[in-house]
Design a protein around this ligand. Structure first.
Ligand SMILES: Nc1ncnc2c1ncn2[C@@H]1O[C@H](COP(=O)(O)OP(=O)(O)OP(=O)(O)O)[C@@H](O)[C@H]1O
Ligand SMILES: [Mg+2]
Length: 297
């Protein structure tokens, strides 16, 4: 498929095209990554689900962003992209966005303990510099949501959790405070909306940028994808039961399949069997349908 724009970056999941100096086209593929490696088997519809869900969330989160003097990067999606010259086959998986200078931190919010958070906690009783009460287990709800930022790793590197001081070093004290409070506010609102849909938003990662400007003092702009099964842990509320890994609507299912097959962190990353692909697709579609209340077509 020819896209009439210059390819400026290729992430694990997205192709990024420059539409002009101020705008990018983010095209979400059906690629799936696990343990920081892209698997060779695509998951049908995944790119369209991630895009549709992000677009839906940008709208839901508008009021929270406005309260914090922040904005989001989405300009257009869907059929509106035809007028920009985006091929019809790609409109469903594409977002036209404002071109940002991305800030070099991943803004992680956790309301529940899981995954690498649990491992950190078991080692130190904290997640980096964020202390947590004793007695928590995998899947526990935290007394308050916490901000546990990480580095934005280069290709092939693993993201690494950093203390708040690391965010201050990267973006300055004022902006670090703003990132923390906005991340937690977005998480709280997202978790509240998800809860109404019977879904636990256990944790998530946001990426923010700023508009390039000589003054450099513009508002924070929420970029990338938002509150998708690739950037978040979604658990069915009905089966939530701390003490063990939770059933999920995200790619934890694929990570678990890799682990139980003894294929996690092997190179090259292995093909997924058809049944695992189908079950993964079901989870992504289910997350979309249950959150938005809309039927997937
Ligand atoms: N508005 C924006 N302006 C500039 N860059 C953006 C904007 N929104 C997102 N990006 C960047 O575009 C890229 C999207 O590609 P993708 O999601 O595949 O990246 P990735 O981070 O390598 O993959 P993964 O999400 O699996 O870690 C990311 O590097 C993201 O930071
Ligand atoms: Mg990404």
């Amino acid at each position: 498929m020819t896209v009439p724009f210059e390819l400026v970056a290729r992430g694990k999941v997205r192709e990024v095209y420059a539409v002009d100096d101020d705008r990018l086209l983010l095209v979400a593929s059906d690629r799936i990554s696990a343990y920081d490696a892209v698997l060779p088997t695509p998951v049908p519809d995944k790119g369209r689900v991630l895009t549709a869900l992000s677009v839906w969330w940008f709208e839901q989160l508008g009021p929270v962003l406005a309260e914090h003097g922040a904005e989001h990067h989405l300009l257009a999606a869907g059929d509106a992209l035809l007028a920009e010259g985006v091929p019809a086959e790609l409109t469903g998986r594409s977002m036209l966005v404002r071109r940002l200078e991305m800030l070099p931190v991943e803004c992680v919010a956790r309301g529940y303990l899981s995954g690498s958070g649990t491992q950190e906690y078991q080692r130190s009783g904290a997640i980096v510099d964020v202390p947590l009460p004793a007695g928590l287990v995998e899947g526990s709800r935290l007394p308050e949501p916490v901000f546990t930022p990480s580095t934005k790793a280069e290709v092939g590197e693993h993201d690494e959790a950093i203390p708040f001081a690391g965010v201050v070093d990267a973006v300055g004290a004022d902006r670090a405070e703003a990132l923390r409070s906005l991340t937690l506010a977005l998480y709280r609102r997202g978790a509240e909306i998800a809860e109404q849909a019977g879904i636990v938003l256990a944790d998530t990662k946001f990426e923010f940028g700023i508009l390039p400007s000589p003054a450099g003092a513009g508002p924070l702009v929420l970029g990338d994808e938002v509150l998708t099964p690739d950037s978040s842990r979604f658990w069915p509320a009905i089966t939530w039961s701390p003490g063990a890994p939770q059933p999920s609507f995200d790619k934890q299912y694929v990570r678990d399949w890799l682990t139980t097959s003894g294929l996690d962190r092997v190179a090259p990353a292995p093909e997924l069997p058809e049944a695992v692909v189908a079950a993964t697709r079901d989870r992504y579609v289910k997350a979309y349908e249950q959150l938005t209340g809309q039927h997937w077509t």
